[in-house]
Design a protein around this ligand. Structure first.
Ligand code: ADP
Length: 525
């Protein structure tokens, strides 16, 4: 291995690794540089010297093994970085925030513990991927849908804990989470909500339980290792309709957002509708070189020519309607009427039976089918494609959407990047996701992507917006922006951290939360 845990001699580290091996089995302790590559972030922006490097990885096979691993880590003061499948790409992959941390890779714990078809939920372990759960439901003929995020290969647990989202009416994964089992740094095991009742019959059915509710506390935090997680599953609808609306003007974004909001608020549209910019849409069906091969961002004329040739919009709105065909048709005609007022809009819809499997990744995601087509974006620019995402929350108003769009587009252009973005519709907010795509074999581009992200996050904060999720490199910056009352929120998180994890062994630096033992590392990458 090339990195040691901080403050740990090679001798002590080897001693600890031997102990870890005696718990999880030697073959489940990874130390060779060759194998540790898997735990490096393949999409790291910024300077290319090794940052966020794991010293080792351990793959426990059970909750009991996790508790033993924690016991050893506490006695040797070794920082651990738990991941479920480690596919948190664009935000750090499996790599730890604090270099020298040991990745605790939970992929071996991959049982689907329960599927309840009557009440519509599943209880899964961390290693269960969206593909696994989807296949499991299909194999048993269950009339339930999952809600996959754009890339289906990740885990239900990891994505939900990061507050990821998908595109069916169950797209808000954190909201659909129902009950958790968590191992605390001390080794104590907690079940949240109704799971607190030993012989309980409602763990996945009523999240709050009795008294304070803790589920959200274990999301985007470093307060525990989640070993089981409940997720609500949507009953397969009788039918669904997928709509695609194309808009010709850049400034149409304002009207799109204003027209969409009432339908989200009154739940006519229940899924996470997406408004995609032309470049992001085009990347699903073509590559950049077909349209432009000059330096710098694509000129407007090239974008116009591209949209014409591909028959796509400057903005492309896609949403789904789900249920009995008569209701779906009635909803569609109401929505269509409202959007027809936007000049030049082209409206298309495809209708499916509930068990149909549409073609195309975006459509599949809206039908609860996991895919990997989102990764086509990596070929957009050519070379060794990577991306890092700017992910501010945007109020659901046309004005805010336009403001964030101009802000991002202008800065992207300044640093030589296209605006590769879109908005995913929550109810009162939009997730604005702007991917900075770069060739990681090109040091200039990789550095520029790193700088651009920092500037975008600062610009957004100056305008009153905050990030919902960031890459490891910007976690401290994003956390510092939540600065009400001199950073009371982060102070609270760190008070909780020091209480639950006094040795500071669990994921130091995650979401900007540093335990006392490592607080001097804040800001250093
Ligand atoms: P994916 O499902 O995309 O593979 P990851 O496994 O990379 O997701 O998880 C994303 C992030 O969520 C990790 O970097 C880690 O901070 C956190 N995380 C994932 N799984 C767990 C877990 N079981 N317990 C605690 N934190 C977790």
């Amino acid at each position: 291995m090339s990195v040691l845990p901080p403050h740990c001699s090679a001798q002590r580290f080897h001693e600890a690794l031997r102990l870890f091996g005696s718990i999880v089995g030697e073959t489940h302790v990874v130390v060779s540089d060759n194998e540790l590559i898997e735990y490096a972030d393949p999409f790291a922006p910024g300077p290319q010297e090794p940052r966020f490097a794991a010293s080792a990885a351990i793959l426990p096979g059970s909750v009991d093994e996790i508790r033993e691993v924690l016991r050893i880590a506490r006695s040797y003061r070794l920082p651990l970085w738990p991941v479920s499948t480690g596919r948190n790409y664009a935000y750090g992959g499996a790599a730890p925030r604090l270099s020298g941390s040991i990745v605790v890779d939970l992929r071996r714990m991959n049982r689907i513990l329960e599927v309840d078809e009557t009440l519509g939920y599943a209880l899964v372990e961390p290693g269960v991927t969206y593909f696994d759960l989807h296949e499991h439901l299909r194999a048993r003929g269950a009339k339930l849908w999952i809600d996959p995020p754009a890339a289906g290969w990740g885990s239900v647990v990891g994505n939900t804990l990061e507050r990821g989202f998908g595109y069916t009416p169950y797209g808000d994964h954190a909201a659909m989470q129902c009950g958790m089992e968590v191992v605390l740094a001390t080794g104590d095991i907690v079940r949240t909500g109704m799971g607190g009742i030993e012989i309980g019959r409602s763990w996945q059915l009523y999240k709050p339980g009795f008294g304070p509710s803790y589920d959200a506390m274990f999301m985007q935090s470093n307060f525990g290792i989640v070993t089981k997680l409940g997720i609500a599953l949507m009953p397969r609808p009788a039918s669904y309709l997928l709509a695609h609306l194309r808009f010709g003007g850049e400034a149409d974004l304002e009207a799109i957002v204003e027209t969409l909001r009432p339908f989200k608020l009154d739940e006519t549209i229940r899924n996470h509708a997406v408004v995609e910019g032309a470049v992001r849409f085009a990347a699903g069906v073509s590559s950049r070189g077909e349209w432009y091969d000059g330096q710098g961002p694509m000129p407007e004329s090239a974008i116009d020519a591209m949209t014409k040739r591909l028959g796509i919009g400057r903005w492309n709105l896609r949403f789904g309607l789900y249920g009995e065909p008569e209701i779906v048709e009635a909803q569609f005609s109401v929505v269509k009427r409202a959007f027809s007022r936007v000049r030049g809009v082209r409206i298309e819809a495809a209708r499916y039976a509930g068990d149909a499997r549409p073609e195309g990744g975006g459509d599949r995601n809206m039908a609860g089918i996991p895919t990997m087509t989102a990764f086509r974006m990596l070929d957009w620019r050519g070379g060794a494609g990577a991306h890092v995402d700017f992910s501010p929350i945007c109020p659901f108003t046309g004005r805010d959407a336009m403001r964030q769009y101009w802000l991002a587009k202008t800065r992207c252009a300044e640093y030589g990047f296209d605006y590769y973005g879109g908005f995913t519709a929550g109810t009162r907010h939009l997730h604005h996701i702007v991917a900075t795509i770069f060739d990681r074999d090109d040091a200039g581009q990789t550095d520029a992507a790193g700088d651009l992200l920092r500037v975008l996050i600062s610009d957004a904060r100056a305008a009153g917006y905050g990030q919902y999720r960031t890459h490891l490199a910007y976690m401290d910056l994003a956390a510092a922006q939540y600065d009400f009352n001199d950073g009371a929120l982060l102070r609270l998180s760190e008070t909780i951290k020091d209480t639950l994890d006094p040795d500071g062994i669990l994921a130091p630096g995650k979401s900007g939360i540093w335990p006392r033992a490592w607080r001097d590392r804040r800001g250093y990458t």
